[in-house]
Design a protein around this ligand. Sequence first.
Ligand code: FAD
Length: 492
Amino acid sequence: MSIPREAYQTLQSIVGPEWVSDDPAICEADRYCSLSSPSDEQRRPGCSIEPASTEEVQAIVKVANRYKIPYVCTSTFYSAGTYARKDDSILIDLKRMNEIEIDEKNLYAIVGPGVAFSALQADLLKRGLITFVPGCGGNSSVLANTVNMGDAPIGWRYGLGYQRLLGVEWVLPDGEMLKMGSLSMSDDYFWGEGPGPDLRGLLRGCAGHQSRLGIVTKIGVKIFPFVSEELEPMGWAFHSFMKLPPNRFKWYNIRFYSREDAINAMFEIGRSEIGLVVMTVPPIFRSVARTRGVGCGGFWEAWKENGPKIKPNQEDLRVLLYGIGSDKRLEYEEKVLLDIVKDFGGSPREAPCRDETNFMAADAICANVVGGRFSSEVSYESINQAVRYSRVVNEITEKYKPRILEDYGTTNWVCPYELGYIAKMECLRMSSVENRDALDKWHDDVHKFCATGGGSTIFPEDEIFGPVWGNYPEKEAKIRALFDPNHVSAPQ
Ligand SMILES: Cc1cc2nc3c(=O)[nH]c(=O)nc-3n(C[C@H](O)[C@H](O)[C@H](O)COP(=O)(O)OP(=O)(O)OC[C@H]3O[C@@H](n4cnc5c(N)ncnc54)[C@H](O)[C@@H]3O)c2cc1C
């Protein structure tokens, strides 16, 4: 064991000996998060610890500082980048901190890091309220996701995570406590902005600081009114879904005969302020959804059948209309949508009134049924930038064969938020398992294009973006040095 014995004993006394372990089998299990491919970067932690309270987190962080031991935290260990990058780190697993408090009247919830979206959503749906279920899945942490990203297709109406984060309780890298928003004044999470300057920008971000600035132990998060009708669960395992009340919801799949028409229709839908979900549907999504649970053999059969049906340059939009507040609203939304579709020459088709993704589960993990290696490049900017970005990524993809999937012009996903004000562009790519190199080179070229062409992308490569984005890595390092003088909070 390389964690000093004295430090280890202190950790045992903080959480109780049953909640900390340096057993090599347990530490090995905590080396890899759920979705990452093993690499040399992932180090086996020196011990794994599960605190139950903010006070315990603070005490652990202070021990780490005293002995200069690096630490990294995880809430649900779902994200591909969550792991110790230094030998003999303390892995702080926050799943026991799973308190939920719901303030129905003032429409916010208070959650600890161990609360998964599915748990919060299940409680909210019983009360005619909802939260987000991000694209990565109902199993991810409300807190970690809202702080780090917070995007889901219903962001068309409700925005990204920054619009939902309220009061924050934050253990800084040296163990000091910072309370933000209304929490700094009283024991109340209802407000995030002030008093004084709003510091949430230090914390938040699409792929924010990834625990390199300490540990958030509690947040207030906005919740929203929803329909009072029950969403009836149906089906089983991978094939489960929820029936939506047809007086309040209607799904449309709409085929457009050029990408331009689809994009212009999207702008118009936003301008008309209708819909709860509006996004393009790459054909791969359909095949993946149909083959959940049967693995990649089933995927390839479905792909042969369904993939090629859409022609290059055609684009499918999927729209969920929502009678927010009344049945009449749904009739109005449908009328407006069908007028827009007509103007842009689309063919609308009503889809079954049920949901497999947006209210409970979400299914990004299904991307793995295709088999082989999977990677994706993501940018959050305007819809126009999304279209431009995807065009260039397609060109770059051409250079890196073998490509398992043919593109049919439309495997890139445009998912706009805030009624079209901002859009996520996600370019999903697969390669054979042996061919890791192809995806790495593709990734580098996409980042070079973005850096020189004025685009943004999540997880920007510092060496590529630093010189063109005002040497931000140096500035970030200065901020980190200020908050984390011992360089122990998730050092890279
Ligand atoms: C395949 C895939 C698809 C995804 N799709 C989406 C998507 O559609 N929408 C979306 O919003 N996100 C998406 N994500 C991103 C990811 O799921 C989110 O970032 C989410 O925050 C992960 O939360 P977690 O608790 O499960 O993560 P963890 O694995 O526990 O943590 C994620 C990161 O946050 C840090 N962290 C965890 N807890 C805390 C804490 N309490 N305080 C400070 N830092 C902390 C960790 O150290 C780590 O760096 C996707 C990820 C994957 C792998």
